[in-house]
Design a protein around this ligand. Structure first.
Ligand code: ADP
Ligand code: MG
Length: 372
């Protein structure tokens, strides 16, 4: 186990006349034994970051420290890391057993010890029956398991996994996800997983680093990134289906501030905890998750309108509405409702579950310094 620190890490690829800023001043402080996910859309610099940690990619600027030791110039094999990359090739003529043991043999570990270690890893990953196979005989999912075994066998201080579940689908993927989490509690290496799947990151990681275009957007626990997204990008990326976001204006009525849509379809009193951050007659982006909107009867509602689409998905129902040029929807338990298009409906937004963002920067409003 070891602490892993990325300090002002930068990667610029030179492409003909063009420079690609793949990683921009990334700072990340991962504790001993922590499970961290690098999450973001394709091309945001996740693999590049992982490859720099592994020593497979030269660092343009910045430092990488493992267990307090700067490893910038260390050879990959001297960094005490285990790697499982998406397309990490195995040696085709060698059996799975020999592929897994390759580095141990090269490192002079005794045959007997190798056997013990492989048996343990094989059991953890449920690949005992594959040890005599050649790589060509394995399915995509089996290859990924073997890759993880190969990474773990060296009992690394830092384990790096790049989209390790990408070739699996549906139930197998979910099962393997649970197994990886279990594996982590067994071996306790500081682990970095790269994924573009927010659910995978949420399920696995102690903390998630959300990256957009090479830049860190937020580094926090699943609870923090879900409940307190620091900007609109994180708000939209975490949570499936994503947060509803619409443009609103602030107006004052009888001494009280309200958020309103342009044609007054919504009139929602600015909650007390936001009063100090918003100003009168300004535009904001108003976010609320579908599960934080309920269907109500009576007079205590946030918007009264008609259903534009109603979907019954068994466990839940989705009520879509149109608000001027914008749409939003609510998710409610399916036992409660049976609506159809055009039915009148009253929706209530959960007071303490709204998120307000700056309309141009997308920053969470509490973080924006107000001009005096
Ligand atoms: P991710 O893993 O998040 O999908 P990558 O780290 O692979 O993203 O890539 C980040 C950016 O760097 C992308 O714009 C990609 O095109 C670019 N890139 C990656 N590898 C190279 C390379 N060897 N040469 C030039 N550009 C690269
Ligand atoms: Mg990648």
């Amino acid at each position: 186990m070891a602490k892993l620190v990325l300090h002002q890490l930068k990667k610029i690829y030179a492409k003909k006349d063009e420079k690609v800023y793949a990683v921009k001043n990334l700072n990340l402080d991962c504790s001993d034994g922590e499970f961290v996910a690098l999450l973001g859309p394709s091309g945001c610099g996740k693999s590049t970051t992982l490859r720099m940690i592994a020593g497979l990619e030269e660092i343009t600027e910045g430092d990488i420290l493992i267990g307090g030791r700067k490893v910038n110039d260390l050879h990959p094999k001297d960094r005490n890391i285990g790697l499982a990359f998406e397309n990490y090739a195995m040696y085709p003529p060698l059996s799975v057993y020999d592929n897994i043991s390759f580095n141990l043999r090269a490192g002079g570990v005794q045959k007997k010890e190798i056997k013990q270690r492989i048996n343990k890893i094989a059991e953890l990953l449920d690949i005992q029956d594959l040890l005599d196979f050649k790589p060509g005989m394995l399915s995509g999912g089996q290859k990924q398991r073997v890759n993880i075994a190969r990474a773990l066998i060296r009992e690394p201080e830092v384990l790096l996994l790049d989209e390790p579940l990408s070739h699996l689908d549906g139930k197998v993927r979910q099962k393997m996800r649970t197994e990886i989490k279990h594996l982590h509690t067994e071996i306790n290496s500081t682990t970095i997983i790269v994924t573009h799947d927010q659910l995978e990151a949420m399920a696995l990681a102690d903390r998630i680093a959300i990256i957009k275009e090479g830049e860190l957007q937020q580094f926090g626990t699943p609870y923090e990134v879900f409940n307190h997204p620091q900007n609109e990008f994180v708000a939209g990326f975490i949570g499936e289906p994503p947060m509803n976001i619409m443009e609103v204006l602030t107006i004052r009525n009888k001494g009280r501030l309200f958020f309103k849509t342009k044609n007054n379809v919504i009139s929602f009193p600015v909650p007390d905890n936001y009063v100090q951050y918003v100003r009168e007659n300004e535009t904001y982006h108003f976010g609320i998750r579908p599960t934080d909107i309920s269907v109500v009867e009576g007079e205590d509602f946030s918007v009264e309108t008609n259903v534009s689409i109603f979907e019954n998905l068994g466990e839940e129902c989705r009520v879509h509405i149109r608000l001027e040029e914008q749409t939003m929807f609510s998710i409610v338990s399916s036992e409660l409702l049976n609506l159809k298009q055009g039915d009148p409906v009253k929706l209530k937004f959960e007071q303490h579950r709204i998120h307000i963002f700056h309309p141009s920067s997308g920053e969470r409003i509490e973080n924006v310094l107000q001009e005096v």
